[in-house]
Design a protein around this ligand. Sequence first.
Ligand code: EPZ
Length: 419
Amino acid sequence: MEKVIIDGGSPLEGTVTISGMKNAAVAVLYATVLVDGVCVIENLPNISDVAISLEILKSVGAKVERIGETEVRIDATEARDKMPPHELAKKMRASYYLIGATLGRFGHSVIGYPGGCDFGVRPIDQHIKAFNALGADVCTEGGLIEATAQNGRLKGGNIFFDCVTVGGTMNAMLAAVLADGVTEIENAAREPHVVALANFLNFCGASVSGAGTDKIKIKGVEKLHGCTYELIPDMIEAGTFMIAAAATGGNLYIDNVIPKHMEAISVKLREMGVTIDEFDDGMRVYCEGPLCNVDIKTSPYPGFPTDMNPQVAVLMCLAEGKSTLTDTIWDNRFRYVEELKRMDAEIEVEGNTATFCGGTVFKPARVRAVDLRAGAAMIIAGLVAKGQTEVDDFFYVERGYDNIIEKLRAVGAHIMKIS
Ligand code: EPZ
């Protein structure tokens, strides 16, 4: 398996350019299955979740052509409601967007259960609730999810989610854009990638309004045409580099970000004593004094993102004084704590709250990435620890971070990947 070797202790200095957002990319790629035509997707991140998604699109009949380092041309005219190879679908969580898109266009979809990072139970009951509300029967037996529109085509309906779910909101949108009639989604997720998906669908001729609020209205149309669409930058990648700059005592200019998306992260980092200078599409991040302790609770956008949990934990280890981190989204997102403890961090986990003693002097060690964002956190801790740290199972990190090794080396990190 792949691992990275880090010779830590150097501050990161220079400019990092953020890539397209993973969680917008995967939703938009599967949304092209709805389109009876050609789509060109730009600013696509070079990550394994995108590569797998493109393979899945090919497996259901779409024509996929790379036309540049970050651009792909997808013609889904010949796509059909085939079941993709399960060994691909189970490699990632977002393969379940294929259900909403295929059900929406063909009135039927079947796929193996998705995979994805292990934070404990990752249910799809809200996705099923949405499909049922649009007139589909859903069967989840034998490790498969099969959805069938009762009359061959979905009908608009009202969906009120029991909890705020990004995936559920996006899957409901995908299913509703070609349904017969109007759909209203209440208690919808408000993340920037939900807005990005709505914008893509509207570029293709859909009629989606209210994305970014907790109520989304969709008027079904007969068909969607192709378009060219540029993905938004990845706010979690940006937040990860912000924390790497602060943790290593460096000074990074982070280019190609939307500061508005970063607000919840910036507020908390400033509380910890990090300086963040904001520009139209960039931020300069540095730390002039000691890091202060802080208390954070994750919550759906615009709150502090759960996907920044492991990364901010590294800062909490370094800060002076006790910090607490509560994850209200996932019930088991602290598996990385055992890895940080190998590097001399003092952390106690009680339920969905971790308490950090602070004042840690990270000791280099051999650790592993337990999931995508935890892997990024371990790399940050390795960049801080003076000496050689190894991070095993690096493949998790490559699922969601575009060329992270090259980006880190370009700003002074001594890091290399070995298989
Ligand atoms: C998306 O996962 C992201 N993944 C996750 O990012 C992110 O952690 C999560 O949203 C929350 O922001 C992608 O976009 C591919 P949810 P998703 O549905 O859609 C409960 C990363 O690091 N729930 O918003 O699977 C669920 O248990 C990844 O990039 C139900 O109860 O998350 C959780 O408590 C990791 N029933 C909460 O809702 C459902 O049917 C939020 O889950 C669906 C969700």
